[in-house]
Design a protein around this ligand. Structure first.
Ligand code: AMP
Ligand code: GLY
Length: 422
């Protein structure tokens, strides 16, 4: 089969790496890709958000399947567009991706079906929103309704901070149209967990759990990022907690979407808080996590392409994906300044030396090739992933890989997965 992969991050490099192992694969193409993906796939200079451009590309390549990595084209309706043109595509339709694309839609669906979540209210005008947060008090969470590149959720420690967040979204329009509406939520407490599943609209097949480190600094300090590293499995997720999250959250959500006429096919990512009263939903994403994918796929023993085809064809019930018992740890190496502004175009060295280590894979997140050299092209530059028989071994290996790589301004957190040792 010819497969076209859409995206350019570490998540897409991990998808390419796993798809490449499929006996069903003939050619792998990627748009737009990065320097790491280019070692596995033919990259094409079409942006992940250019739906007409991607459609023309998929046609030209006679792609048998297109796999969509990021959320923006899904929420924009790439799956509907491809399907209407007779092309097979892996991901939710626009009507289903709204689960990520609108936080108010998500909250209302969860409430209607009594799926454990946070108490919330939706506003379009600053006045009532300000009155509500003054009434509720802090801590409280203010979120832009639409897609805001991971920056739209503001956890407020004081009422003053919540008032500022409301003004930022509804008055200053900091997130543009994504802030036409906002959601104010109860602030939940507890450890966070990412539970990501395949869904064909009827059958849910959960992947192994993972946990990422969102803050830029060690001991979870500093600003939020897209994720500075992660690990799988998650020791605090006992088989009972896992089962509870599947039965109380994933299964009823997919059933609720089907009942609403929004069949959910693709990957469903539940961001959960493990509260004293059980797992509760923080958010859903309509795609794989980044960097979660970099620790989940190395543990998948089954053929990813076969699973994706089963999802598209509504036959997920015929497969039972196998997962390895090994531990995976991914350390993100970022450009100095990230998540704020940072330099681009700095040359990387040591990539091959790191790759030579047993059980180490270097996933590229923000790289490009320039004059025959791999250079930095993003905030998160690499995700160095290692497998091991236990956490100490996987952590040691991952940092051995990290320490072989250098570029101007490189930084990483030195405490990735340390939480899992406690
Ligand atoms: P989201 O974009 O909705 O995943 O939110 C980003 C981050 O904000 C989450 O990973 C949590 O750390 C935090 N967060 C979101 N919603 C809540 C909530 N209701 N209570 C506490 N923290 C939250
Ligand atoms: N790592 C968080 C996300 O992919 O949304």
């Amino acid at each position: 089969m010819n497969v076209l992969l859409v995206g350019s991050g570490g998540r897409e490099h991990a998808l390419a790496w796993k798809l490449k192992r499929s006996p069903l694969l003939r050619e792998l193409h990627c748009a737009p890709g990065n320097a790491g993906i280019a070692q596995l796939a033919t990259c094409h200079d079409v942006s992940a958000e250019d739906v007409p451009g991607l459609l023309a590309l998929a046609r030209g390549l006679a792609a048998d399947l297109t796999v969509v990595g990021p959320e923006a084209p899904l929420v924009a309706g790439i799956v509907d567009e491809f399907t209407a043109n007779g092309l097979r595509v892996f991901g939710p339709t626009k009507a289903a991706a709204v689960l990520e694309g609108s936080k108010s839609f998500c909250r209302e669906l969860l409430e209607r079906h009594s799926i454990p979540s946070a108490k919330y209210a939706v506003f379009t005008e600053p006045g009532p929103a300000l009155r509500y947060v003054r009434e509720q008090g802090a801590p409280i969470v203010v979120k832009a309704d639409g897609l805001a590149a991971g920056k739209g959720a503001i956890v407020c420690e004081s009422v003053g901070q919540a008032e500022a967040a409301i003004r930022q979204i509804l008055v200053d329009r900091a997130f543009g149209e994504a802030g036409d509406r906002l959601v104010v939520e109860e602030c939940l407490q507890g450890p966070e967990l990412s539970l990501i599943a395949f869904s064909d609209g009827k059958t849910v097949s959960p992947m192994v759990p993972s946990q990422d480190h969102k803050r830029a600094g060690e001991r979870d300090t500093g600003p939020n990022t897209g994720g500075m590293g992660c690990y799988s499995p998650v020791p605090l997720v006992t088989p009972e907690v896992f089962e509870q999250a599947v039965v109380e959250v994933l299964n009823p959500t997919v059933a609720a979407m089907a009942a609403a006429g929004r069949l959910y096919k693709g990957v469903l990512y539940a961001g959960l808080m493990l509260t004293a009263t059980g797992p509760r939903v923080l958010e859903f994403n309509a795609r794989f996590g980044d960097p979660e994918t970099q620790v989940i796929l190395p543990r998948l023993e089954s053929d990813l392409l076969e699973i994706m085809l089963a999802v598209v064809d509504g036959k997920l019930d015929t497969l039972s994906p196998k997962w390895s018992e090994r531990v995976a740890v991914c350390v993100v190496v970022a450009s100095g300044g990230y998540p704020g502004s940072y330099e681009k175009g700095n040359a990387l060295s040591g990539l091959e030396e790191a790759e030579k280590l047993a059980d180490v894979t270097v996933f590229h997140a923000g790289t490009a090739r320039k004059d025959g050299q791999v250079v930095t092209a993003g905030g998160r530059v690499l995700g160095v992933t290692a497998l091991g028989d236990d956490f100490p071994a996987a952590i040691r290996r991952a940092y051995e890989g990290v320490d072989r790589i250098t570029f101007e301004g490189a930084y990483c957190r030195r405490d990735i997965a340390r939480r899992a040792l406690q």
